[in-house]
Design a protein around this ligand. Structure first.
Ligand code: GRF
Length: 190
C-alpha cells in the first residue's frame, strides 16, 4: 500500500510511520512527505530518513483549487493509495477528497468529538477531564469531523504537567497511527 504523508510542522508522527514501515516487508511504503511549509522540521526528518519530499504552498498558485490539483497530481503520479495527514494544518477540499474517498486519514490528539481543533491536548487538560487520548479518523471537508477509525485513551495523572501529558499523547500517537495503517492494509487484503 503506497502512502503519502502530509505534514506542516514538527513531523514526529511522520517519522514514527517512516520508521515503522522502513523495510517495506509489510507491503506498506511511505513513498513521500509533502509539506506546505518551507521551514517544516518534517522535511529535515524526511531527508535524514532518505524519503522523497515535495514542498509547495497555496501562495505558489493562483487559487486554492490549483494548489490542491497540484497535490492531487503528485499523489496520482506516485500511485498513492492512502493519504496520511500528520499535523497538516489545512482543511482539504474537493479535488483530493473526491479522488480519495475513504482513503485520507488524520490523527488528532483528543478523544473526538471532544476537543477538535488546534489545541486538543491543552483544552482537555484545562477542562480537567479524567481521560483523554488520540483519534484516527477519515478526513472529510470539516475540521476533525470524519468517521472515526480508532481511538486510544489514557488517564490524566493527578498533578501531571501539560508538558508531560503532551509527551504521553505523542508517544501514544506514534503507536496508534502505524497500527491503524496496518489495519487498513489488512482490510485491503480481506
Ligand atoms: C499531532 O499531535 C497530531 O495529532 C496533530 O498534530 C500533531 C502533529 O505532531 N494533528 P507532529 O508534527 O507529528 O510531531
Amino acid at each position: 500500500m503506497r502512502c503519502a504523508v502530509f505534514a506542516s510542522g514538527n513531523g514526529s508522527n511522520f517519522q514514527a510511520l517512516a520508521q515503522a514501515f522502513s523495510k517495506g516487508q509489510e507491503g506498506i511504503e511511505i513513498v513521500f512527505l509533502f509539506s506546505d511549509q518551507a521551514g517544516a522540521y518534517a522535511l529535515e526528518r524526511a531527508q535524514d530518513l532518505g524519503i522523497k519530499t515535495y514542498q509547495f504552498s497555496p501562495q505558489d498558485f493562483p487559487s486554492r483549487q490549483a494548489y490542491e490539483e497540484a497535490l492531487l497530481q503528485i499523489c496520482q503520479e506516485e500511485a498513492i493509495e492512502l493519504v496520511v495527514l500528520a499535523g497538516y494544518m489545512r482543511v482539504l477540499h474537493a479535488p483530493l477528497l473526491q479522488a480519495y474517498p475513504q482513503a485520507i486519514i488524520n490523527i488528532h490528539p483528543s478523544l473526538l468529538p471532544a476537543f477538535p481543533g488546534r489545541h486538543g491536548i491543552r483544552e482537555a487538560y484545562e477542562a480537567g477531564v479524567e481521560q483523554t487520548g488520540v483519534t484516527v479518523h477519515y478526513v472529510d471537508a470539516g475540521i476533525d469531523s470524519g468517521e472515526i477509525i480508532r481511538q486510544a485513551s489514557l488517564a490524566i495523572r493527578p498533578g501531571e504537567t501539560l508538558a508531560d501529558l503532551e509527551a504521553r499523547i505523542h508517544d501514544l500517537e506514534h503507536q496508534v497511527y502505524p497500527a491503524v495503517i496496518r489495519q487498513l492494509k489488512g482490510r485491503e487484503n480481506a
